[in-house]
Design a protein around this ligand. Structure first.
Ligand code: N01
Length: 547
């Protein structure tokens, strides 16, 4: 039996099959998982909803989309050949370049034959009689797999806001995370953008350059620092490539999976003029390294306020209209507790004649009309509406699939009060299921590629261990899960993150339990913990042989 189809074949359902492992998703995580499992000799089928590989970088094609982690860090480290061969063109890679890289990876490692595109996994249930998962897809087919690995991404389930009249809008409507492949021409159009997070901050300057009029509907102002993107310097590339292995190793041991030059002093212990100079220097450097200006920016509310005020002073210095500058200035939450944005010309965009900032906190959106958008105080005629409204982060991609563990228990029921995992990689009651960068792991608090590689390698080694010793089943114990959740919550309480209503805590989704979902203990310490668990024969898991 062929365990593989590179595409869906017309309307005929895929044959019922049996594989060693199913991987859901063909982004950075799914591709590498596939590679590792094939190296172990497993039969693997990857299901991917998109029409190509790439995950996040396949879907988020909006103009201006680029990564805010340096290209030479935001890439795989598992293959020394790959990292030597590939050349990035810019400090921060654009979405098309990252997508080209992932397509190259799929070809170079001959992964495509195991990937079934345009196929969404709709449900999966653990069969206790066989210790296997039965996975169902939207083409009506089902497959049985020994292991089920969710490489579904942390930011892949789009959030479409529940706005009155949205469906009635007669113009064109887009969500940044599902951008049309052929691109969109906004020339001469009146465009509205709702949302000013990382996606909004990138798409707004790009649309402003094309559209006749742009209305930015902002509810919560963001903190954004300049990217200072530039072509990649050949000397920097050679230096990095000469020491790549060492550089990657150091990155793995850091808090966030990127090497940052953290000033060990408190922001409060240096004189104000020196502090200002330090923030200015980081501002000039660009990027998220701004958070590392002083060691306590993300730990002390008072220290954080000095960094926050510096950013507000930059907004005032950039935006000519003082009322607009004030409306763009974030207040009421610490800098960095909602994801810090990184931009190219964001604040400058509000000096353009064709751009209007609309404060929808002061005057909320009441309705999307056939012809545009109506707030409590005004009506805006629009040809196009862009939703940069984010994601049901961390859990959405998992809970939108009907996952059932032992006894048919739905994951949605187990997670009714918030996600509970052991190490962010396993769930009690859901044997032989792994979540790559799941809730409870450093995931979105880190360079995603570092965390993905760590999880993939840990999972592959775990599966090899089970197979070598004849175990058919591995399951996190309820006690281990309880202990990890308590530890993760305790670490969270020592940070500033709970002070903000962010997607990190699920606050952007009505009714979602408020829990800090990523693990805030840092990737270096987390990795050690995972390694220790494995070294103790998978402490906190119960392992069993076939019935
Ligand atoms: O989503 P977001 P995103 N009415 O949730 C607003 C990664 N990423 O797609 O906060 C009015 O951050 C919402 O307002 P509020 C990165 O990790 C990375 O921008 O709910 N407004 C907010 O302003 C990032 O953090 C990169 O008050 C509404 C915005 O929509 C994550 O993805 C690029 C609304 C949503 O912001 C998510 O970013 C892009 C409503 N009904 C994304 N509903 C890079 O690497 C929502 N909003 C650079």
């Amino acid at each position: 039996m062929s365990d593989v189809q590179s595409n869906r074949s017309g309307d005929s359902p895929a044959p019922r099959g049996r594989v060693d492992a199913v991987v859901v998703g063909a982004g950075f995580a799914g591709l590498y998982m596939l590679y590792r499992l094939r190296r172990l000799g497993l039969s693997v089928r990857v299901y991917e909803a998109g029409g190509g590989v790439g995950g996040t970088w396949y879907w988020n094609r909006y103009p201006g989309a680029r990564c805010d982690i340096a290209s030479m860090d935001y890439s795989y480290s598992f293959s020394p050949e790959l990292q030597q061969e590939w050349t990035w063109t810019e400090r921060y890679a654009t979405q098309p370049e990252i997508l080209r890289y992932l397509e190259h990876v799929a070809d170079r490692f001959e992964l495509r034959a195991h990937i079934q595109l345009r196929t969404r996994v709709t449900a999966a249930a653990f069969d206790e009689a066989t210790d296997r998962w039965v996975i169902r897809t939207d083409d009506g087919a089902s497959v049985s797999a020994g292991f089920l690995i969710m490489a579904t991404g942390c930011l892949s389930a789009a959030k479409v806001p529940d706005l009155e009249g949205l469906e009635a809008f007669r113009g064109e409507r887009y969500h940044t995370s599902h951008w049309p492949h052929g691109g969109v021409d906004f020339t001469g159009k009146r465009v509205g953008v709702i949302g000013t997070g990382s996606s909004g901050v990138q798409v707004i300057p790009a649309i402003a350059e094309q559209a006749a009029r742009l209305f930015v509907f902002q509810r919560t102002p963001c903190f954004s620092v300049p990217a200072r993107n530039a072509p990649l310097e050949a000397a920097y590339e050679s230096r990095m490539k000469a020491n790549y292995a060492e550089h990657r190793q150091r990155a793995r041991e850091t808090r966030a999976g990127v090497i940052m030059d953290v000033d060990p002093r408190s922001a409060l212990e240096v004189p104000p003029e020196e502090r200002e100079r330090a923030y200015q220097a980081r501002w000039e450097q660009g990027g998220t390294g701004f958070l590392a200006t002083f060691s306590d920016v993300m730990r002390s509310r008072e220290a954080n306020e000095t960094a926050a005020e510096f950013v507000r002073s930059r907004i005032r210095a950039t935006v000519r209209d003082p009322d607009v500058a004030e409306a763009l200035s974030p207040r009421g939450y610490p800098l960095g507790t909602r994801r810090l944005c990184v931009d190219t010309g964001y604040y400058e965009t509000f000096n353009r004649e064709n751009v209007t900032l609309v404060d929808v906190k002061a005057s909320p959106i009441e309705e999307i009309t056939k012809a545009g958008l109506r707030t409590r105080s005004a009506e805006y005629a629009l040809d196009s509406l862009v939703l940069a409204t984010g994601f049901d982060a961390m859990t959405g991609a998992l809970t939108r699939i009907e996952l059932r563990g032992r006894g048919g228990e739905p994951l949605t029921a187990r997670w009714a009060d918030g996600p509970r995992t052991y190490l962010g990689v396993a769930i009690a009651g859901f044997p032989n299921l792994f979540t790559i960068t799941g809730p409870g792991s450093p995931s979105v608090f880190s360079n995603a590629i570092v965390s993905i590689e760590q999880h993939v390698e840990w999972i592959a080694e775990c599966i090899a261990y089970l197979r070598e010793r004849g175990f058919a089943c591995i399951e996190a114990t309820a006690e281990a899960e309880e202990g990890w959740v308590a530890h993760a919550n305790e670490v969270a309480e020592g940070t500033l993150y709970p002070l903000a209503s962010s997607w990190y805590v699920g606050a952007n989704i009505p009714g979602k339990p408020r829990v800090l979902m990523p693990y805030a203990g840092g990737v270096g310490a987390y990795r050690k913990r995972c390694e220790a668990v494995a070294a103790q024969g998978y402490e906190g898991f119960s392992l069993s042989r076939a019935g």
